[in-house]
Design a protein around this ligand. Structure first.
Ligand code: SGN
Ligand code: CA
Length: 724
């Protein structure tokens, strides 16, 4: 595959020569289109204009229907890199996921196509970047003041200053170097701003002191007429703002019934001198607030309003230094002559609530967080000042960049290139999608229930598994999404159509049970999972991953296990009855926590997907692929021995055996002889006629002692090859 791509790329090079544009992809974190002045409908266009970003739009194109796959940080970034929805690229949430950078990503393909690539700033995918000639990233969420950056040798270095200014500087430094290279470049310059805790550069802290910010109409939303899960949120301006971190108060939390208690981590990074600067910047307002509170002058609503003012001013102020940085970078492109052949994109990982529905944060499929800003400039190709209404999504970015580079877009990418829209002044090409699919998996943080849905130009539907209900919104009649009309008889036909749209989106994007990680019900299962997590606290060299057949090493296979693996630091991660989806969940929830140094993992899974529901082999393949991908990322040194699913049923014409055979055909393609080794040992269990005898597997599914002996012998040469 690699060879083929290089070949194609070489060909393109010859065809389009030096014409291929540079790609500068500027990205931020939590920047709502409502806080960007070139986007219509925001409340702050006059008060807090974003001149740098606006320049890209006025010289290029603005997309008004740009959406994310999953409105949180890591998942959005992973969708961009892979061109795939979260359930397929494996990064479904910020807490449990771990990015497999060895899967197909656009930076890697651009590099194959002759680009030089860089990634600077917020990354937040837990594993280090792969596919870049240069990278320098913030650890995790990163810090606003005097941030650390992880260097390419994996050391951390601290830099003095505000994170936005540092990202700009580092971006400029790299761009200057890249210009000297003959290759076209792709640079990702990724700001932390305006992520919580909204800590502005000192020069901007007081810029809105004399302004009273307008409030959104829905600041005091009571969540009526929609699912009861809305009320359960923990992202309210009223109840979930912290005293120190969010509200920049000093000392002990004086009003614990109104503020949560978290201290200010950013503040603690400052020198004593700088601490004084920050304290004095907020001091007068803080004193006044405390005085009014003590005097009982402020009722609940007034307190919420005060919090909103503090929040929104810091949020808008922290954008200012980023926007200045963007303007500076654009100026550098002008001055250096790069502007002409550089396509510039600005976007942010998802939107954000600026008090709408009484919220901050994101996660919901409501418009404010579902939307991503997307503006793009491409001199001579994109008509300046154009606006597109095409429905686009972050999975489209990778395919777009690849087309710009003249590289092949892998079929496995689910997005579509936006280049035809760029070239047609924003008009969508024939056959362009009518809806996007969204899926949020749920996380404890901020307590937003999992949901998935689709958004068309006029409607939005989503399904909440927790309460087993649909929500339906008429985006024309009710753009603020204040009333779900799923029960409204006037919407019967629309509701039916939107449910169909959701069904077909799930099919189209391969959302099926084998790939959606899930724990099993039943106490015994969770107990075994936890006991495996306990065992996994100790590092092991050799991991066995699977279902009852793997678990059976503790039963019928015990003697053989002792003989072969007793002295080899081996760990059994098999649970009886598991399907791919359960293993996916386990691997992301503790089974691999301390297995970074594992040398090998033996995977055999899928027969229960066949046995329980005769699952379509292509679906089981997706599940197995995710398991292998997760292992590859979390155990970066391990070779993965992927075994063909063992034969089942006595005779060769057994329907379930045949399904397993189909699965094997598909998963054998995951073999690459590097990290992943596929091995089918089925024949060793069978007679020459293909019969599974009672001696080997008495129930024609589970091996007895002899079966385990056969298994151990068959994989021994591979384990030796892996250095065990
Ligand atoms: C932190 C924030 C949350 C935020 C998540 C995810 N808390 O946990 O408010 O929702 O990040 O944000 S903080 O007080 O530590 O800032 S994301 O952009 O990474 O998805
Ligand atoms: Ca974010």
């Amino acid at each position: 595959m690699k060879h083929l791509l290089t070949f194609t790329a070489g060909l393109t090079l010859a065809l389009s020569g030096a014409d291929r544009p540079n790609i500068l992809f500027i990205f931020s974190d939590d920047h709502a289109p409502n806080a960007i002045s070139c986007y219509p409908g925001g409340l702050f266009d006059e008060i807090a204009p974003t001149k740098g970003i606006d320049r890209i739009a006025s010289e290029g194109m603005r997309f008004d229907r740009s959406y994310c796959t999953n409105a949180i940080c890591g998942p959005s970034r992973a969708s961009i890199l892979t061109g795939k929805h979260s359930h397929l690229n494996g990064f479904i949430d910020n807490n449990s996921s771990y990015f497999d950078g060895l899967q197909t990503t656009f930076p890697d393909l651009l590099r194959d196509a002759g680009y030089t690539t860089a990634m600077i700033g917020k990354w937040h995918l837990h594993s280090n970047p792969i596919g870049f000639d240069y990278w320098e990233i913030l650890p995790g969420q990163g810090a606003y003041y005097n941030p650390d950056f992880i260097q390419m040798d994996n050391t951390r270095k601290r830099f003095q200053g505000h994170c936005n200014d540092l990202v700009t500087q580092k971006g400029l430094t790299w761009l200057k170097q890249a210009a000297a290279s003959k290759k076209p470049f792709m640079a990702m310059v990724q700001y932390k701003a305006p992520h919580r805790n909204w800590a502005p550069a000192f020069r901007h802290i007081n810029m809105f002191d004399d302004v009273t910010m307008p409030e959104p109409e829905t600041l005091f939303d009571n969540y009526e007429n929609r699912s009861s899960v809305l009320k359960e949120h923990a992202m309210g301006i009223q109840d979930h703002m912290s005293w120190g971190n969010d509200m920049k108060m000093q000392g002990e939390n004086l009003f614990p019934s109104h503020f949560t208690g978290r201290g200010n981590g950013q503040f603690n990074r400052l020198t004593d001198q700088d601490k004084k600067t920050v304290i004095s910047a907020y001091e007068d307002e803080n004193k006044q607030f405390i005085k009014d509170m003590r005097a009982g002058k402020l009722d609940q609503k007034a307190i919420t309003r005060w919090k909103y003012q503090r929040y929104i001013k810091d949020y808008l102020a922290v954008i200012q230094s980023m926007d200045e940085g963007i303007a500076k970078i654009l100026k550098h492109l002008d001055d250096s002559g790069l502007a002409k052949n550089t396509i510039v994109i600005y976007s942010s990982d998802q939107g954000f609530y600026l008090g709408e529905h009484g919220w901050y944060d994101k996660r919901w499929m409501f418009e404010e967080s579902l939307m991503m800003p997307f503006v793009v400039r491409w001199p001579g190709k994109i008509k300046p000042g154009s606006v597109s209404n095409a429905i686009i999504q972050n999975i489209d970015y990778g395919p777009t960049f690849l087309e710009l580079a003249g590289a092949k877009i892998p079929e496995s990418m689910q997005g579509k290139s936006l280049v035809p829209i760029f070239k047609a002044a924003g008009k969508k090409p024939e056959g362009w999608r009518d809806s996007i699919y969204y899926r949020y998996s749920g996380e404890r943080t901020h307590n937003v229930a999992a949901h998935d849905g689709v958004r068309t130009a006029d409607h939005k539907i989503f399904w909440v598994p927790k309460t087993k209900e649909h929500q339906l919104f008429d985006m024309k009649e009710d753009p603020q999404e204040m009333k779900s009309v799923h029960n409204d008889p006037a919407y019967t036909a629309v509701f039916k159509k939107m449910k169909q749209e959701l069904d077909s989106a799930r099919k189209k994007y391969r959302v099926h049970s084998a790939i959606i990680g899930e724990p099993r019900e039943g106490e015994w299962w969770m107990k075994r999972h936890q006991s495996m997590n306990k065992n996994a606290k100790k590092p092991h060299d050799l991991l066995f991953i699977g279902d009852s057949i793997t678990q059976g090493w503790e039963g019928s296979g015990k003697g053989t296990w002792g003989k072969y693996y007793g002295n080899r630091k081996a760990l059994n991660l098999g649970i009886s009855g598991d399907r791919t989806e359960h293993v996916i969940w386990r691997l992301d929830n503790g089974n691999l926590r301390n297995q970074k140094k594992a040398k090998a993992a033996v995977v055999m899974i899928g027969t229960n997907n066949t046995g329980h529901i005769m699952q379509d082999p292509t679906e089981v393949r997706d599940g197995v692929e995710r398991i292998v991908s997760t292992l590859r990322a979390r155990c970066p040194q391990a070779k993965i021995l992927l075994l063909g699913v063992f034969p089942r049923g006595v005779n060769p014409d057994d329907a379930k055996r045949k399904n397993n055979l189909e699965i094997n055909k598909l998963i054998s393609e995951l073999h690459n002889g590097q990290r992943i080794h596929y091995l089918d040992i089925s024949d060793k269990f069978l007679t020459a006629e293909g019969i599974l005898t009672k001696e080997v597997m008495p129930d024609a599914l589970h091996p007895r002692q002899k079966g385990y002996e056969i298994w151990a012998e068959a994989i021994e040469p591979k384990l030796k090859e892996f250095g065990l």
